[in-house]
Write a protein of this length. Sequence first.
Length: 570
Amino acid sequence: MTLWYIGNTSVRSAFRLRDGLVALSTSYLQGNMRGQDGDRAFRQLLGQHGIVSLGTDETNSVGRKWRSALGKLGFLYPEIPSSATIRQEDVGAMDTITPNGWRLIRSETVPAMQECFLRALAAQYIEIQNTDGQSTWFSPLRHTLAVLLEVERQTGVAAVSFIEMALHVQTTSSADNIVNVAERIIVLRNERNAAESKRRFDSAKYEEAGIAFGLKASTFRDYADANFRYLKATGLVQNRGRGIALVPEKRLFSELMARDTSAPATELDRYTTLCNGAVLPTDTQDAALDVLHDLLAQLSQMGIPFVLGDRPVNTPADIAIIRHEVEDIIFKQKEEIYASEQAGQWEEIATYIDLIASRRDRRRIDEETEIIIPRSETPAYLEWTLWRAFLAIDSLENKPYEARRFRIDQDFLPVGTAPGNGPDLIMEFRDFVIVIEVTLTESSRQEAAEGEPVRRHVADLMNQYAEANGKPVYGLFIANNIDSNTAETFRIGAWYSRSDERMQLHIIPITISQFNMFFKALFTTNNVAPEAVINLMNDCEQYRSDCEAPEWKVMISQTVERTVNEMVAQ
């Protein structure tokens, strides 16, 4: 028996690896990351770029674990063991960035990043021992895709749950009979469905597996969690409850991937493929055309016209340009559907906001549902949650993908925060625009980090919309705590253009808890309308000229509370 995992169980967010690579690419540390000094320097570099929280780490294990994760996935040239039949120089300079690593650094879109992770995971092979004692190599990614497809053949749905992944996918390989693996998954599923207590059933099954493998029961959960995160980074699978399922528009691509069970023939081939990134089915002409035609058929079923015309399809590169365009159209259509569903998800959205406001990272809703915010990704989840909140309020004039400036994955989850040089969210309604800026920064650092950029962003959009359609622009600044220096900056609310023209800005600072109180009241009292937000902001603004910043904060708090009470009393 074997138990495998992809990536690294310590670096759980795959997309953060790119941030680490970008930081490394501009430093002197490439090739100088070993030993205590190297571990310490890399950890310090990651902390300086805000990628990890430095905290207390006397062993500097963060640097070591990040280096290991990047090497294991082929984004850095890994160390060639002394027992190998090849030399380090045959592969590349240890701990320097590989071709696939540079490809990831240069990727600016989520699909481009996902392709890098796909090439990395498709190139990752694990050695196992056959029953006859002979060693063989298999691809965990291809094995997982094969299991999903076989489960689909037997049940009609290409999906596995968390416990099914933990106990029957990551404990098997391509050396196992795939039909039997799927059958065992279905048996487990049926037993669990019949169990009175799902949590007790799960605990018992994990304990049994721990005894069988001689491991802690928690190891199976930890490995499954890491495997899910890295598998989803490829873009081929998406969330389904607490499990994963094939992304429908990528099904044919996944099938082509699963069919290829051949492993690199030599040790040098394995390392070379890992560092360069695996060849994908769409790198060949015939397979690329098959995938494109499948996507066009899906687009047609969605009722979206697409004219191929005389666009060239002579090479895989030509086809890739069109394929990415079609995939983007499909994803935008799915995002619009997602946006339309948010009003029905307002309670979940409010729970996320509550978690961020209370500085907690998880809350169990029922036996099957737990809301989790990865601690290292809280800033991104704050932007994402506020985006969802305004999608739920509805009536947007701009598209959901135009309203956000952060990237999202195939599950519509955030991939990092919004880049600088612009606001976090731009919500355009029929008669006005709300610019939303959020932060977890507190104390006097908040004003230094947010005071000038927020005012500049609001002023820039006031000019933009004044020239376009004359819509007024309001700014909403949301943080866990509002520092009085920040409040004073927004209370004065002035910005001077390059021609020294004074602009009066309308920026209201409120806390995350205050916003959530108001947000929940909109839905529980059936007062959901974007005008309600503007009315609240205008009510808060009327006090700013007669107050100092501390008093204004008190008046804003009282205004939010009074508005909520009035809605409840209606």
